[in-house]
Write a protein that binds this ligand. Structure first.
Ligand code: FNR
Length: 352
């Protein structure tokens, strides 16, 4: 995709989208918490890792398919949960879902989605529900039931948000301007007025087991950056651990996910799947993340940038990432994502 001298369609995506978003929306999408250290270092983290490619291997036929929680995904990436998609494009989550269904990619649907689970499911996409648990866990029941009934195949529990980190927009906060129909359409009316509906400050490993029992679905824990926490998740019954800094939107000065991933993979071994997000912008980033131990990567902001152009934009994004990923796999002498497992160079060989 694109021209080796002039940069690819993917690398120019964010800048092009920025020009099409009103300032409060752009600030909402792009911001990092605090001084923006973690948000700013995410993409560079992948560029610091170094690969040892194989040669003299037949890479005529490359198959990027991966198996995620027992379901086949035609590509080794999925769409990370992001809210306010209907503020980016009127079709919102439905455009993302249609394009992701066509690409054969998993979509993780934010609990703050602006489209109903039924409508998202009707696109045929394989989708997982993302949740934050409230102080009173029983209040999550109706949302979970709706997702299960609509065919979610996994639940992603976001654990890095006991509180929403402060940030300081220069403009009005998009949430104050947002149409209520753009978000929280899958909650009961009046949900937020109920005592106990605020985010839980006391999440623990038992919540993983509770969620699994309550939904009958595999649970993925999103927001893990340490091997010891990853082990606790797996011991509590998690089917997957998702290395994430929430796009640098929670604890600023958290290390990059590229730096955290190898330790988490080592701690989990083959006992659960490991995913990663944060700063993945190119096919080479995808292959680097696979080499560093991820079973799949997830992508947040670039999907929103592509969504400015609706379903066609997200379809083009998937296609461009596939082209780049296949190229990077071939250059690394790999026919499949599993072949990348021995590519990562030792620490001593890593870049500066
Ligand atoms: C997010 N993210 C997020 N995560 C989550 O668990 N639930 C949510 O509702 C949201 N909402 C959200 C909105 C926006 C605008 C952004 C940018 C991010 C975090 C998201 O799932 C993911 O972890 C990061 O976006 C990954 O980093 P990149 O790909 O944006 O660099």
């Amino acid at each position: 995709m694109g021209d080796a001298r002039g940069g690819s369609w993917l690398s120019g995506l964010g800048a092009r989208a920025a020009g099409s978003m009103a300032l409060p929306l752009r600030e909402y999408v792009e911001h990092g918490a605090g001084a923006g250290v973690t948000a700013g270092e995410a993409a560079a983290g992948w560029g610091r890792l170094r690969l040892r490619p194989h040669v003299l291997r037949d890479v005529t036929s490359v198959d990027p398919t991966v198996e995620l929680l027992g379901c086949s995904s035609r590509v080794p990436w999925g769409v990370a949960p992001t809210s306010l998609q209907r503020a980016v494009h009127p079709d919102g989550e439905l455009a993302t879902a249609r394009a992701s269904a066509a690409a054969g990619a998993v979509m993780v649907v934010s609990s703050n989605a602006g489209s109903t689970f039924d409508d998202i499911a009707a696109t045929g996409v394989t989708w997982w529900l993302q949740v934050y648990l409230p102080s009173d866990r029983t209040l999550a029941g109706p949302l979970l039931d709706r997702a299960v009934a609509a065919g979610a195949t996994a639940v992603v529990l976001t654990v890095d948000t006991p509180v929403v980190a402060t940030w300081h927009p220069s403009e009005a906060l998009i949430w104050d301007l947002a149409d209520p129909a753009w978000t929280r359409v899958n909650f009961d009316p009046g949900y937020d007025d109920q005592p106990g509906s605020e985010k839980a400050l006391d999440l623990g490993p038992h919540d993983i087991d509770w969620l699994r029992e309550r939904t009958g679905l595999p649970v993925v824990v999103k927001g893990v950056l340490r091997g010891d926490d990853a082990r606790r998740c797996v011991q509590a019954g998690a089917a997957g651990v998702w290395v994430s800094t929430h796009g640098g939107r929670q604890l600023d000065r958290s290390l990059s996910t590229a730096a955290a991933l190898p330790e988490v993979r080592r701690a989990v071994g083959a006992d659960a799947e490991v995913y990663v997000d944060g700063g993945v912008r190119s096919g080479l980033d995808v292959v680097t993340a696979l080499a560093a131990g991820a079973d799949a990567v997830f992508v947040g902001r670039p999907v929103l940038h592509a969504l400015v152009e609706g379903e066609a934009g997200v379809a083009r994004w998937h296609a461009a990432l596939l082209t780049e990923t296949v190229e990077a796999l071939r250059l690394a002498g790999c026919r499949t994502p599993a072949d990348t497992r021995d590519l990562l160079a030792d620490d001593a060989d890593e870049g500066p």
